[in-house]
Design a binder for this molecule. Sequence first.
Ligand code: MRU
Length: 339
Amino acid sequence: MTLEAIRYRTGSLQILNQLLLPHQTVYDDIRSVQDAYEAIKSMKVRGAPAIAIVGCLSLAVELRAGAGGDDPVTFIRESLCHLTSARPTAVNMGRAARELMEFAENESMEKNSEQLRESVIAWIEDMLERDILSGVPRDSVTILTHCNTGSLATAGYGTALGVVRSLHTLGRLKRVYCTETRPYNQGSRLTAYEAVAEGIPATLITDSMAALTMREMDITAVVVGADRVVANGDTANKVGTYQLAIAAKHHGIPFYVAAPSTSCDLSLESGRDIIIEVRPPEELTSINGVPIAAPGIEVWNPAFDVTPHQLITGGIITELGVFLPSELQAALTGRLTAL
Ligand code: MRU
């Protein structure tokens, strides 16, 4: 069973509200681009691939209702620009926006408004199929992972958790250790929810137990997702990934990034160029509105960190193959659309 995080039928879109998990399973209607913008910003839907898919599907819903009138290209451009601004670190929404805009502009040369709307909707619907990433099965293993990278973060199988899911299906997974992933608890709320729902042997740890777990629990590999992998292999992912990579290196454990090629951005040379989203202090100082920190304390809450390529010792797992960071640029050049 794979969780259905996104429900789409032509003209209607619903998302599983991840703010309410694991206590309530509630699907919210997304009727407009603005609904999607708000759902992405507030993290009702999160995870780099899912952000892009929900953003684009919301546009399809509006186009199906005739949005854009006689000038759909302007409506599409403004909508994509708005959606891309919701969360800047993950590259997938920006990439999808550029690809879709290029497609729409080309189509507009020979099609009328109605035909253009139809072909853009078809392009977006194809995205759902294109998003699914296969895992790479190896020997019987114990994996440590971070954040949520499963069905809730993508349109289907998941990236790092997709690798875990593949291993489990093949009977090759001893256990996955998932970090709680403070401050937003994507690990304890979402990865744990997916693991329990699918019967995957999983153990929850706090983020501060990761190095100890690596030393004591015979971890074979650390596998994480990515919000953006740049040309030299530096990778932005959920804050805490960097310290996991340092600890993995210390313990001689291979560190893998699992990401679709759409999460790779060869236009940026190094991780220094990646914009890191800073989120509200309340995510640290309260849980569900209940204060947990001393009133008045100052807070720094970056949502992501950058893992330098030297620490990605296992490789970068993509649908096009597994590459060392030093091989990535050559392997993907010409196979990705420019950003
Ligand atoms: O802030 P989030 O929950 O959107 O962060 C998600 C992550 O960092 C994931 O690891 C990443 O988007 C890859 S999801 C396949």
